[in-house]
Design a protein around this ligand. Structure first.
Ligand code: NAP
Length: 247
């Protein structure tokens, strides 16, 4: 197993892509901390499934948008586990609207969770990883942050921000070989894409050279690779997992 003895925090791991990432990291031997915001039962179910399969998992509630709550979460993790080897910044939301209808609160809420959330967790993780002189951070961006998407000025700005953040932090931490990378998924089958109107889903599919949406597990495999020593000479990169959409 690739990640035996490692401790991993996955934000927003109660559902969708985060859940698949938590399961994949645990299957590779990591002790996984499953962060959630509101879906307690779902998060506990993920942990139970991992434990039933012989893996290690615990759950922790915290909104990544709340800097004080994140500080408390990170302190608790370091005090319980004594280390943090892998941080996957996956928690994310959408509040789509065309620019003329986009409310201030919609723009702010998306930036607060998707971009500032990454800053909050990474700041504390970086401190611990610098102490350990080892660690890997994987940020979940999006094809929207690379190509843009009508109706998603807030979301695309947050996800493009995550890419700039990733490259800057990768440069800051490179001297200690702490790696920071991003994954940019295309359309993936989760609750987030389930919300799309039929016409938008069909239009989305038509832009994908593979002609289909991806599966959460397909993103999880890429994250697991970047988090592991298999990617030991890779930092500051954005790996597209999008069926060719962004090439
Ligand atoms: P999802 O099914 O809607 O799940 C979102 C997850 O984020 C849930 O676990 C949710 O926790 C958590 N979350 C939301 N706000 C949070 C907060 N403030 N603090 C902590 N956790 C929070 O979404 P998904 O499709 O799996 O997306 C996961 C990531 O991939 C997101 O960053 C998304 O932008 C990105 N992405 C998705 C797609 C796609 O097509 N699905 C494509 C590109 C990128 P609760 O359930 O507890 O609220």
């Amino acid at each position: 197993m690739k990640l035996e003895g490692k401790v991993a925090l996955v934000t927003g791991a109660s559902r969708g892509i985060g859940r698949a990432i938590a399961e994949e990291l645990a299957a590779e031997g990591a002790a996984v901390i499953i962060n959630y915001n509101g879906s307690r039962e779902a998060a506990e179910e993920v942990a139970a499934k991992i434990q039933e399969a012989g893996g290690k998992a615990s759950v922790i509630q915290c909104s990544v948008a709340d800097p004080e709550a994140v500080e408390a979460m990170m302190k608790q993790i370091v005090s319980e586990y004594k280390r943090l080897d892998i941080l996957v910044n996956n928690a994310g939301i959408t509040k789509d609207n065309l620019i003329l209808k986009m409310k201030e609160e919609e723009f702010e809420a998306v930036l607060d969770t998707n971009l500032k959330g990454v800053f909050h967790t990474s700041k504390h993780a970086a401190r611990q990883m610098l102490r350990q002189k080892a660690g890997s951070i994987v940020n979940i961006s999006s094809i929207s942050g690379v190509m843009g998407n009508a109706g998603q000025t807030n979301y695309a700005a947050s996800k493009a921000g995550v890419i700039g953040f990733t490259k800057s932090l990768a440069r800051e931490l490179a001297s200690r070989e702490i790696r920071v990378n991003a994954v940019a998924p295309g359309f993936i089958e989760t609750d987030m894409t389930e919300k799309l109107p039929e016409s938008a889903a069909e239009a989305g599919k038509s832009q994908v050279p593979f002609g289909r949406f991806g599966k959460a597990q397909e993103v999880a495999k890429a994250v697991c690779f970047l988090a592991s020593a298999d990617a030991s000479y890779i930092t500051g990169q954005v790996l597209h997992v999008d069926g060719g959409m962004g090439m």
